[in-house]
Structure formats: structure tokens, C-alpha cells
Ligand binder design. Structure first.
Ligand SMILES: Nc1ncnc2c1ncn2[C@@H]1O[C@H](COP(=O)(O)OP(=O)(O)OP(=O)(O)O)[C@@H](O)[C@H]1O
Ligand SMILES: [Mg+2]
Length: 238
């Protein structure tokens, strides 16, 4: 008998950047084609743009997930109901049940700073971040204010992705997370990004581009600043 096949690990992404820096645009490109996508759509933009169907209450989400559990299949929904720490916790508990139902689920949480604080992650969110990988679930946690968001995702992310950040404390936080000089963060204009794959330590940079209705991404590999290649990053603009 063939040995059971191991499921591919899910991936966790922390996506940081000030308002309009390109977080949602970049994340949308990553999620393109995901058959199973659940979004904490706190400003309703994913559903407004037709990327997911809106779910306006946790009861409605509960019912959809219960139906899905019986026969997991294509599922693209975004929760657009009230945003507070209590609804977020319940959303996360439902999301974890959904994630466990079938491999390959992608969970996106828009604006973590709305619902978490610099201390320990809210219970339901922390559980997904710590255990989601075992169910092949991927997570994207987005925040304008990384210094004000919980550190559980920062400490467990496979990839930390950073766009333009205006607030000095946030720049310092991301420079620490990415192990780069803070100037590399300060120099990023809107739509430019840096990210580090924490598994391989590879540092990458790029510019988010859009083409017609179809988003495209230009990815430029950059060297680690500590080996003297920082200029490659400063050339990114233009
Ligand atoms: N499909 C698209 N085509 C062209 N421009 C786009 C597209 N999607 C986003 N943009 C532009 O890219 C910029 C970044 O938008 P995005 O929504 O990704 O920012 P954000 O970092 O998520 O901001 P916020 O924190 O306010 O949600 C904005 O100027 C936006 O108008
Ligand atoms: Mg956004």
C-alpha cells in the first residue's frame, strides 16, 4: 500500500504598509485563482469588486460553512458585518473550522490593527496562525500599523511583506522584522515593496503593477543589504 501523501504546508504572510501602499492590491494578486477564499473584508472592498460574495452576518457565515463541511468545494466569501474584537474572534473560530474542512483554503484578514493589539493575539486568530499550516491553510494578515498589531503573525509568518510605511515606529518595527536597515523601509514609495522569506532568509523586492483589469506583479530579486547590495533596492523607483 502506498504511504499516505503528506499535505503541502499552508503559508502565512504578514503584509504591512500605510494606506494606499498596495497591501490589498498585492494580496489580491496572490489570491487570484484560489478556489477556497475567505476574507475578513472589513471595508467591504473585496466583495464590492466582485472578488468574493458578501456575507453580512456571522450567522450567515456559520450556515455557509456548515453546508460546506458536508461537501467542501469552491468557496469565495467575504465577511462584511460589524467589526470588533468579539466578532473577529467568532469569525476566526468559524474560519478555522472551514480551513480544516479541506486543504488549500486561503484566509485574508484586512486591517489587523482594528481587531488586535501589540500584546497576545486574540484567541481564535492566534490558533489559526499557530496551527493553520497543519491543515494546508494559507493566511494573509494585512496591517497599516504593524507596531500596533499583535506579534503572533509576525513571529510565525513564512513571509513578511512590507510596502511604504509612514510612521517611524512602524518603519523601525519592520526593519527589525526584515533584518534590514531602516532606510530601506523609509525609501519605499507607494506600490514598491520588500519582503523576506523567513524560511529561506531570501530578501526580495518589487513593484506592484496593474494591467487593465488583470493585476500583474513585477518581481525584482535583491541581495541582502548586509552583503553590500543595497543599491539594487534604491534603484527600484522608476
Ligand atoms: N486593480 C487596480 N488597478 C489600478 N490601480 C489599482 C488597482 N488596485 C489598487 N490600485 C491602486 O493601487 C494603490 C494601492 O491600493 P491598495 O488598495 O492596494 O492599498 P492598501 O495598501 O490596501 O491601502 P489601505 O490600507 O487603505 O487599504 C491605490 O492607489 C489604488 O488606487
Ligand atoms: Mg487595503
Amino acid at each position: 500500500m502506498a504511504p499516505p501523501r503528506r499535505r503541502a504546508d499552508g503559508e502565512a504572510f504578514l503584509v504591512c504598509g500605510s494606506r494606499g501602499s498596495g497591501k490589498s492590491g498585492w494580496t489580491r494578486q496572490q489570491c487570484e485563482g484560489a478556489e477556497r477564499l475567505l476574507v475578513w473584508d472589513s471595508v467591504g472592498e473585496w466583495s464590492r469588486d466582485g472578488l468574493v460574495k458578501p456575507v453580512r452576518s456571522l450567522q450567515q457565515l456559520h450556515d455557509l460553512i456548515t453546508t460546506d463541511l458536508a461537501n467542501p468545494g469552491p468557496f469565495r466569501y467575504g465577511y462584511t458585518g460589524p467589526v470588533n474584537s468579539k466578532t473577529f474572534n467568532t469569525f476566526c473560530k468559524l474560519a478555522f473550522v472551514w480551513m480544516k474542512a479541506a486543504p488549500g483554503g486561503v484566509l485574508v484578514v484586512e486591517e489587523l490593527a482594528d481587531v488586535s493589539s501589540p500584546g497576545k493575539a486574540p484567541e481564535g486568530w492566534g490558533e489559526i496562525v499557530r496551527k493553520g499550516r497543519h491543515y494546508s491553510g494559507s493566511i494573509y494578515g494585512l496591517t497599516q500599523r504593524p507596531a500596533e498589531s499583535d506579534k503572533t503573525l509576525a513571529g510565525n509568518a513564512d513571509v513578511i511583506h512590507c510596502g511604504r510605511l509612514s510612521f517611524p515606529t512602524d518603519r523601525k518595527t519592520l526593519a527589525e522584522y526584515l533584518d534590514v536597515p531602516v532606510e530601506m523601509i523609509t525609501e519605499l514609495p507607494s506600490l514598491h515593496w520588500l519582503e523576506r522569506d523567513m524560511r529561506t532568509r531570501e530578501l526580495r523586492g518589487g513593484i506592484l503593477t496593474f494591467s487593465g483589469n488583470r493585476d500583474r506583479q513585477t518581481r525584482i530579486l535583491v541581495g541582502d543589504p548586509y552583503v553590500g547590495r543595497r543599491k539594487k533596492v534604491t534603484r527600484l523607483p522608476g
